[in-house]
Design a protein around this ligand. Structure first.
Ligand SMILES: Nc1ncnc2c1ncn2[C@@H]1O[C@H](COP(=O)(O)OP(=O)(O)OP(=O)(O)O)[C@@H](O)[C@H]1O
Ligand SMILES: [Mg+2]
Length: 409
């Protein structure tokens, strides 16, 4: 079988996962549903969906958006704030996300689009062109009256089944450092609570813990408004479930040892499941994933990630051989403990004299590169993104035989 004859890969390394392949997260979904049922009864709730980079926040948010529409009658709006810095940007993105056609369109969306027609330049078969001039002009006003704006959206949905709104603010990296954002969120929540008739609003922010801390630093009371829903790695049976669903959807079976291999390597990270799954999919030629397909595909996946992220963002900035050697030792140790944090002292033990002398500088550089953060305990460091140590570990061929034997054990 050649590449031409292969169908569409069921893996989505760079995108939120489609509902059919969405796996796990039962506990988190339960917590979100509980909050949503309160909202549907008229009691506003706020959630901070917290989890490291690439762990599946946007996917869970997207999945919940559909689920809560059906189950609790909440109209979902998922606003992607990547690159947004100000409240005007936030307003603009909110309107954009209502106007732009999505793969899943909630009932009643046309009523809303009609109400927002001032911001539509043209509608063609390939989508909507937004009238940015009008939208930019109005966005400060929308930002100032954000709560009434949300009220008016629900008003427009009268006659539909809706009881409230599920507003997801996702990708808050850029805006969370703007102190206005924390004040805005707190005011939105308080103003709503004080209202005679509060808007049944489920507000959900998605981000890593540092963004929440950043917001609390800007405005302490933010701390009290959110219930935190934590999202972590998937369990082994969930990964297996995912791979089975994904490969079955393209009529492909996975042999048991191959399955064990790709699950171990993915180590519970959904992003890795997709990267590895995709590479393995392309290696396979007979609709049957063998251990050889699995190992060869995984090595491709590791190299690809390594070149894109680790080489460009980390190794290029750490030219010194000592730095690199420290990094390798660090990642080997972390993988051994399957941990994301480490104590400085435990690494010093395995360093050469030269490396020891450079270790402090190394840690500072890694913090500047946003690879490491200081932990809460003195001498503790935490990797900002789990994929970095994981891929350094996967990447270095010198360690490969040791790795494989560990994986197979
Ligand atoms: N529950 C899941 N089941 C299957 N695949 C998933 C699941 N959650 C996430 N994924 C996949 O994992 C990858 C990362 O997911 P997603 O983009 O949702 O994470 P994120 O936490 O929002 O990441 P970021 O921090 O970059 O915003 C994507 O390839 C997505 O398809
Ligand atoms: Mg995301």
């Amino acid at each position: 079988m050649d590449i031409q004859s292969k169908g569409r890969s069921p893996f989505y390394p760079g995108q939120p996962v489609p509902v059919e392949l969405f796996t796990g997260r039962k506990e988190q979904i339960g917590r979100i549903e509980r909050a949503a049922s309160q909202v549907a009864k008229g009691k506003p709730q706020s959630i901070f969906l917290r989890g490291e980079y690439g762990i599946g926040k946007s996917s869970l948010a997207g999945y919940a958006r559909r689920l809560l529409e059906k189950e609790c009658g909440l109209f979902g709006i998922q606003v992607l704030l990547g690159g947004a810095k100000t409240l005007e940007d936030l307003s603009l993105r909110t309107v954009e996300s209502l106007l732009k056609p999505k793969e899943y369109e909630p009932a009643g969306i046309d009523n809303i689009r009609n109400a927002l027609s001032r911001y539509v330049e043209s509608v063609e078969f390939f989508g909507i062109t937004i009238n940015l001039k009008n939208l930019k002009e109005d966005s400060p006003r929308i930002a100032r009256g954000y709560l009434p704006f949300l009220h008016s959206l629900l008003e427009r949905l009268k006659g539909e089944k809706y009881k409230g709104i599920f507003l997801i603010l996702d990708e808050i990296n850029g805006i969370a450092s703007n102190p206005d954002f924390a004040f805005f969120i707190k005011t939105l929540v308080d103003e709503n609570a004080l209202n005679d008739k509060p808007l049944p609003l489920l507000l959900m922010l998605c981000g890593v813990e540092e963004r929440r801390t950043e917001m609390i630093n800007a405005h302490q009371p933010i701390d009290r408004i959110f219930d935190i829903v934590e999202i972590g790695r998937l369990m082994n049976f969930e990964m297996k479930d995912f791979f089975t669903k994904a490969f079955t959807s393209v009529n492909t079976s996975v042999e048991e040892d191959a399955m064990r291999f790709i699950c171990t390597l993915s180590s519970g990270f959904p992003k890795l499941m997709h990267l590895i799954g995709d590479a393995v999919y392309w290696k396979d030629t007979d609709n049957k994933i063998s251990l050889t397909d699995a190992t060869q595909g995984s090595i491709d996946a590791a190299v690809e990630f390594g070149q894109k992220f680790v080489d460009k963002q980390v190794l290029n900035a750490l030219q010194s051989e000592d730095y690199r050697s420290i990094l390798k030792k660090l990642s080997a140790k972390l993988m051994f403990d399957i941990s994301i944090s480490f104590q400085k002292a435990s690494i010093v033990e395995v360093l050469t004299e030269n490396e020891k002398a450079k270790f402090n500088n190394f840690l500072q550089r890694m913090k500047k590169l946003r690879v490491l953060n200081s932990g809460e305990i003195k001498g503790e460091y935490i990797f900002n993104n789990r994929l970095i140590p994981l891929y350094i570990w996967l990447k270095y061929p010198a360690k490969k035989s040791e790795q494989l034997s560990k994986i197979e054990a």
